[in-house]
Design a protein around this ligand. Structure first.
Ligand code: GRG
Length: 294
């Protein structure tokens, strides 16, 4: 399968799976289901679940068995986008090319949809125990919970909120994004390894090292796109960082400096893949992250 075909194959597979993860219901609590489905099926690049599936496959695991992990990652990521867009956070109107969750369902329902998606994610993690040994599922649950919580994404969001309007040193910017963006990308890669039965050792370490580089690269690209991207392609507002006077990799290095840094970390990421077997698609995905326009 060519890398392009594999990208399409995973996208299709994930879309079909997400259509079945939460299905429409009738009844008094129909609205929460609708709000969850609205954001989970709104599109997005599906990078986190794709990394999980591909690391599982490359390390000899069963991609089908990894699907509940992949779904859990996308559910948590989606919940973070719903909460991030709320008026008390970034106050955004557009996400994935559609009105944000709270614009459609109201603030209270958007908070609850985000909450429910987090719990649904952990429900799905335990579902994987049908095909993955229970002790590996337990490790994966811990990896994911640590990545999401106050030592991970939530903690990174706190640093971000507290840093608005002030110039922060590069060490703090790196720490912020390692937690806010990088932790979930690291968990995506590690969950793929765990699904394949690789829970520690040189391959697990190489995959983790890779995830650190692409996590940083992902955020650098995000900052560049906020300056150079366009709303139609990105499906969200651009120029937000400048408007809210945020410290970013672009304010720190300048656009050209940020691009140079992105190429550097991309090369480091590719080097970390050298011992990962059958790594063609991972190489392709790494370049996709470098060159993406959305
Ligand atoms: C709900 C557990 C939970 C936490 C909420 C709001 C918040 C705490 C954290 C914010 C996390 C956040 C929005 C990080 C930014 C990560 C990022 C670069 C998102 C864009 O990811 P893409 O480009 O988006 O993969 P698509 O739409 O393609 O999936």
């Amino acid at each position: 399968m060519t890398p392009e075909n594999r990208f399409e194959f995973y996208t299709q597979m994930l879309t079909e799976y997400f259509d079945c993860v939460i299905t429409p219901i009738e009844g008094f609590h129909k609205e929460i289901n609708d709000a969850m489905i609205y954001s989970l099926t709104a599109g997005g690049k599906r990078i986190r679940p794709m990394l999980c599936l591909e690391f599982c496959r490359a390390l000899g695991g069963d991609v089908g068995a990894a699907m509940p992990f992949a779904a859990a990652l996308e559910m948590i990521h989606t919940s973070s986008l719903i909460h991030d867009d709320l008026p008390c956070m970034d106050d955004d109107d557009l996400r994935r090319g559609k009105p944000t969750n709270h614009k459609v369902f109201g603030e209270a329902m958007a908070v609850l949809a985000g909450d429910a998606l987090i719990l649904k994610a952990f429900e799905y993690m335990t579902r994987s125990a049908e095909k993955i040994p229970a002790e590996h599922v337990v490790k994966a649950v811990r990896v994911l919970a640590e990545a999401v919580g106050s030592e991970g994404m939530v903690g990174g969001q706190v640093i971000d909120l507290k840093s608005e309007g002030i110039k922060i040193p590069i060490e703090k910017l790196d720490k912020l994004h390692k937690m806010k963006t990088g932790a979930m990308i690291k968990a995506s890669v590690q969950l793929g390894c765990i699904a394949a039965g690789v829970t520690e050792g040189p391959l697990y370490d190489a995959a983790t090292e890779y995830s650190g580089h692409i996590g940083l690269g992902f955020q650098i690209k995000d900052d560049i796109l906020d300056v150079e991207g366009n709303t139609e392609k990105l499906g969200k507002a651009v120029g937000r960082d400048e408007k809210s006077n945020k410290s970013t990799y672009v304010t720190f290095y300048g656009v050209n400096g940020a691009k140079k840094k992105l190429v550097e970390v991309t090369n480091k990421a590719k080097t970390s893949l050298k011992d990962i077997p059958d790594n063609d698609f991972l190489m392709y995905l790494t370049d996709f992250l470098l060159n993406r326009d959305h």
